[in-house]
Design a protein around this ligand. Structure first.
Ligand code: PLP
Length: 393
């Protein structure tokens, strides 16, 4: 039983996807063309954001954003220690210092309390800027909406406004996820900060047939800058005002994504229904005291996409044994993530020690992602629940 099986989804759309690819081939326009522009307009409308630009991956979305915001050496950027590597990697790649903050153990997202405590105890203000303990200027916060549920953006905003920090949302796993803000009403992930970054890696809720990503933003000037950085910092052909990169989205990916985007809401709803079924099955078998189910902190706030279940992640102290048992039952699982960013070898220079970020470290030992995708069957979920029940018997 796979963690993710998108073959049924592909079969349903195969004709349209093949036609879209043929259209691009016939047009012989492969990079930054009408398919990409249509996709940008469609995602901007879906998210309720004025500007969108397609890029080559979620990683490049982050990199492009940091570059266009002029974040670099001497700067520091705050993010969660519990994320996919790209979040921290891109901060370091522009020469800034990643500041890794512990998570809220219920949602696995950046903990606003830990962030406040870090700022109060370790930072100082100088000439209106917030400096970290190394004297580097903290420029931005990157909340990561992990597994498909938004961070506590109201509290993060209060901090970003107090210290004038840019907010760059890593919404790679959260296209369509919603949050009820206190000052802007219901917003979709990626629209609550200066910039929102998305990934369409094939396993994402909206997946391309290769790498692809997208950036959304509110500000027109920033959108223009992002566009310039997407193409080697070049506004006029072969005249380079900045050093950018090749972060362009290709037309075949955009054409495929244009076919799939109209189905996203239905797919996210099906994932949510699958999560409800898991909950029922686990409750019926008395498992909820033995495994911790995913939290749904915004479920009662009248939001449709309070969670989009990019991943269905449980936790248990006996994670590794359970994983082994499920493998024997032919059930695929995954560990997102086995190390905190602060424990990665390449970030040793940041000087974190074991025990510095206890909730992140605990999560790396206890979390287990179970199979979830829109077409997962009730029988398959019952088999997972029975297998977990057998393990705890
Ligand atoms: C939280 C997070 N950030 C960034 C990325 C990077 O996206 P991509 O794989 O498209 O480069 C991913 C996806 O894998 C992710 O899950």
């Amino acid at each position: 039983m796979p963690l993710l099986d998108l073959s049924e989804q592909y079969r349903a759309l195969e004709g349209q996807i093949l036609a879209a690819i043929e259209r691009v081939l016939a047009s012989q326009r492969f990079i930054l063309g009408p398919e990409g522009e249509a996709f940008e307009r469609a995602v901007a409308a879906y998210c309720g954001s004025p500007h969108a630009l397609g890029v080559s991956s979620g990683t490049d979305a982050l990199l492009n954003a940091f570059m266009a915001l002029g974040i670099g050496p001497g700067d520091a950027v705050i993010t969660s220690a519990y994320s996919f590597f790209a979040t921290g990697g891109c901060i370091a790649r522009v020469g800034a210092r990643p500041i890794l903050i512990d998570i809220d153990p219920t949602t696995f997202n950046l903990s606003p309390a830990a962030l406040e405590s870090y700022i109060d105890n370790r930072c100082r203000k100088s000439s209106g800027q917030l400096l970290d303990e190394n004297g580097q200027t903290i420029r931005a916060i990157v909340p990561v909406h992990l597994f498909g549920v938004c961070c506590e953006m109201d509290r993060i905003h209060r901090i970003s406004e107090q210290y004038q920090l840019d907010v760059i949302e890593d919404a790679a796993q959260a296209l369509g996820a919603e949050y009820q803000t206190s000052h802007m009403g219901v917003r979709k992930a990626g629209t609550m900060g200066e910039v929102g970054c998305f990934s369409f890696y094939p396993s994402k809720n909206l997946g391309a047939a290769g790498d692809a990503g997208l950036i959304i933003c509110r500000d027109e000037k920033l959108a223009e800058k992002l566009r310039i950085f997407r193409q080697h910092g070049m506004e006029r052909r072969y005249h380079h005002q900045f050093i950018g990169g090749n972060f362009r989205l290709d037309e075949i990916q955009a054409a495929i994504l244009n076919v799939k985007l109209p189905h996203l809401e239905k797919w996210s709803a099906a994932r949510r229904a699958a999560a409800d079924r898991y909950r029922n099955e686990f409750e019926q078998r008395g498992l909820t005291g033995k495994i911790t189910l995913p939290a749904e902190p915004y479920r009662d706030r009248g939001l449709t996409n309070h969670h989009i279940y990019h991943q269905y992640v449980i936790r248990t102290r006996r994670r590794d044994e359970l994983r082994e048992h499920l493998a024997k039952c032919d059930i695929d699982t995954a560990i997102y993530y086995p190390l905190g960013l602060h424990e990665q070898e390449c970030f040793a220079y940041l000087g974190y020690k074991k025990g510095d970020l206890p909730e992140t470290e605990r999560a790396t030992r206890q979390t287990l992602a179970l199979p979830i995708y829109p077409e997962i069957s009730r029988e398959a979920q019952q088999y997972v629940a029975n297998s977990i029940a057998n393990f705890f018997e």
